[in-house]
Design a protein around this ligand. Structure first.
Ligand code: GLU
Length: 367
């Protein structure tokens, strides 16, 4: 495969195959593709819509009958059915799935971002497939009645959150066209977009039958700026996900607009003011600088300033030279208690642990 860490976003129309319920056959074809990617060594996170559609179907066929149920309530009923279906389908392949419900507010909060990032990283690391959806009960605002395409933007945030190198948005249209093909016979598919500009947003249009392309283009903008390539393709095409992951032309491909490392660096450094720093010994400084390691409590000599878990702090060596900056898993008061210790003593010392690392290498940039 050309890509290693992939976010696959499946829209409602794909999961229902255009019907009024989840289509297990369509879902199982997608599961088969995710499994093939994993067998080829890729890590895959899924962003799955379909909760509201599933809820609507369940409630239409058994009591309580309530035609006017809110979309939040529909999603709450449907989410468990959606997950049950994913669970059963992946189970056939002995693959464990994990439900992750997020709101965008969670991700704009520093601690929420760190927690979500750590959770997704842990899940991918242990071989599970995270299945992400928006936490509609919390996130959906009925006043903004037609917030379609929320999962498009969620998928872009997830791609950035896990440093994915590819986001595949599968829908029921073939990709981005130069104009609405149902109105303009000369409209044709745009196979490759190097840099998204206004013309692509205009081409996306807003009309029905365009697959909600506007929100997909803005998701592509966010994800490409985070360093991922993005493919928007028709999920009904056989093996669409695998084809995109192989780097073979399908749908519309958007080239990454930033180098992943650069964008992570920008995010980490832009995350917050630097409220303090850690002083580390020579061994730890060399491990960070030369061997791309995480910062463990064992290498921490001193703590300067006061900071909370989730803040960006600096790491300095014994000569006061800046080595790195990163998002800390532990508050300054906690680092003071665990500095110099082996990581397996963190739990014993604090009574809890947020992981073995004071700063994980994924959340660290060398200065
Ligand atoms: N979260 C919604 C659902 O699962 C879908 C929102 C969207 O497709 O953008 O039904």
């Amino acid at each position: 495969m050309r890509y290693r860490r992939i976010v696959a976003k499946f829209g409602t129309s794909l999961l229902t195959a255009g019907s009024d319920r989840l289509d297990l056959e369509a879902m199982s074809r997608l599961v088969g593709q995710v499994v093939r990617l994993r067998e080829a060594g890729c890590e895959v996170a899924v962003v799955s819509s379909g909760a509201q559609a599933a809820g609507r179907h369940v409630l239409a066929h058994r009591p309580p009958e309530s035609p006017d149920l809110s979309r939040q309530a529909l999603a709450s009923v449907g989410q468990s059915h959606l997950m049950q279906s994913w669970d059963e389908l992946f189970e056939w392949h002995d693959v464990v799935v994990a439900q992750v419900l997020l709101t965008r507010r969670d991700l704009s909060d520093r601690l929420g971002y760190l927690n979500a990032r750590n959770t997704l990283r842990d899940l991918l690391g242990c071989g599970a497939v995270p299945i992400v959806n928006e936490n509609d009960a919390v996130a959906l605002d009925e006043v903004l009645a037609s917030r379609i395409g929320e999962n498009d933007s969620l998928s872009a945030f997830v791609a950035n959150l896990i440093d994915a190198d590819l986001l595949v948005i599968l829908t029921d249209v073939d990709g981005l066209y130069t104009a609405d093909p149902s109105l303009d016979p000369s409209a044709h598919l745009i196979p490759e977009v190097d840099a998204i500009d206004d013309s692509h947003e205009d081409a996306a249009g807003d009309g029905p039958g365009r697959g909600g392309m506007t929100s997909k283009i803005s998701a592509a903008r966010v994800a490409t700026h985070g360093g991922a390539a993005v493919v928007i393709a028709n999920g009904h095409a056989p093996d669409a996900l695998v084809t995109a992951a192989e780097g073979v032309a399908i749908g519309t491909r958007f080239a990454p607009a930033a180098n992943q490392l650069e964008s992570r660096k920008r995010w980490i450094l832009g995350n917050a003011g630097v409220n303090g720093h850690l002083v580390v010994d020579g061994g730890a400084a060399a491990a960070l600088r030369d061997r791309g390691r995480s910062l463990l409590p064992a290498g921490v000599k001193d703590v300067e300033g006061a900071f909370e878990r989730g803040e960006t702090i600096e790491v300095r060596d014994l000569d006061g030279k800046r080595v790195a900056a990163g998002i800390t898993n532990y508050a300054s008061s906690e680092v003071l208690r665990i500095r110099g210790l082996r990581s397996d003593l963190i739990s014993e010392t604090l009574g809890y642990a947020y992981g073995d690392e004071v700063i994980h290498r994924d959340n660290l940039v060398l200065l």
